[in-house]
Design a binder for this molecule. Structure first.
Ligand SMILES: C[S@@+](CC[C@H](N)C(=O)[O-])C[C@H]1O[C@@H](n2cnc3c(N)ncnc32)[C@H](O)[C@@H]1O
Length: 236
């Protein structure tokens, strides 16, 4: 994958990252996930879903955006939440029950690198605050899986910390410092990635980028992409 120079390496295996998220699912659901949710709901709006669409949320965690996704594809569409941490799925299941969207929603234990989804089966894929967990090799695997499951006209929406913003953001520089220096920080995994290069390197055409600041300080990018070569892509 070219253009990713400067991206910090992930040195802990993904199974340890998953195990950490599994342990902290309850706490995560009520703290960080709550803080992330408004920007993720904005990303859902940018994805421009239609009634009847099928959408997968990869690494859905406690499922805070699943009701918004289900709302957009109703009455006939379907939402699939996939996560590798059983406790995260338990949180998502409880939330789905409370919000009454269970009929249009499936939750599946699965690995983003081997999605339990058929080829060409979905109109949209969401990867919200997840892509920045993976090693270079796993980034390629996950994005290959996104290609595999999307229809040719499908869309991928990624929310991530973007390394392109690092010069303008004390928060991101401090975050990278902590990622390198604080023991066990890597087991919760996320670090800024050069998102455009990563996505283009995996044969996605970036159609739009929206930059948001969570709580006024935490910058994230919302990237809406199509498979490169799709009729309406800029490189198309
Ligand atoms: C930072 S959390 C984001 C959760 C959710 N998207 C959100 O923003 O609230 C990362 C999620 O990725 C999941 N995860 C980590 N590695 C994974 C893998 N290989 N396959 C699927 N999910 C994974 C974790 O269990 C966790 O729920």
């Amino acid at each position: 994958m070219s253009g990713v120079e400067g991206m910090l390496p992930v040195t802990v295996p993904n199974r340890r990252v998953r195990a950490t998220y599994d342990r902290v699912a309850g706490l995560y659901a009520h703290t960080i996930a709550r803080f992330e949710a408004p920007s993720q709901r904005r990303a859902v709006a940018e994805l421009d879903l239609s009634p009847g669409d099928t959408v997968v949320d990869i690494g859905c965690g406690p499922g805070r955006v699943l009701p918004a996704l289900a709302d957009r594809v109703r009455p006939t569409g379907e939402v699939l939440g996939v996560d590798a941490a059983p406790s995260m799925l338990a949180q998502a299941r409880r939330r789905a029950g409370r919000t009454g969207v269970t009929g249009r929603l499936s939750l599946t234990l699965g690995d983003a690198r081997r999605l339990p989804v058929a080829d060409g089966a979905v109109d949209a894929v969401c990867v919200f605050d997840v892509l920045d967990l993976f090693t270079r090799g796993d980034l390629e695997r996950v994005l290959d899986e996104c290609h595999r499951v999307l229809t040719p006209e499908g869309r991928l929406c990624v929310v991530t910390m973007d390394r392109a913003s690092i010069a303008d953001s004390t928060f991101l520089r401090a975050y990278e410092w902590a990622y390198r220096r604080v023991p066990r920080f890597e087991t919760v995994g996320c670090r800024p990635i050069p998102a455009t290069a990563v996505l283009q390197g995996a044969d996605f055409a970036v159609q739009s980028v929206t930059r948001l600041r969570r709580g006024g300080i935490w910058p994230v990018g919302v990237f809406v992409c199509t498979p490169a070569g799709a009729a309406d892509s800029p490189t198309g």
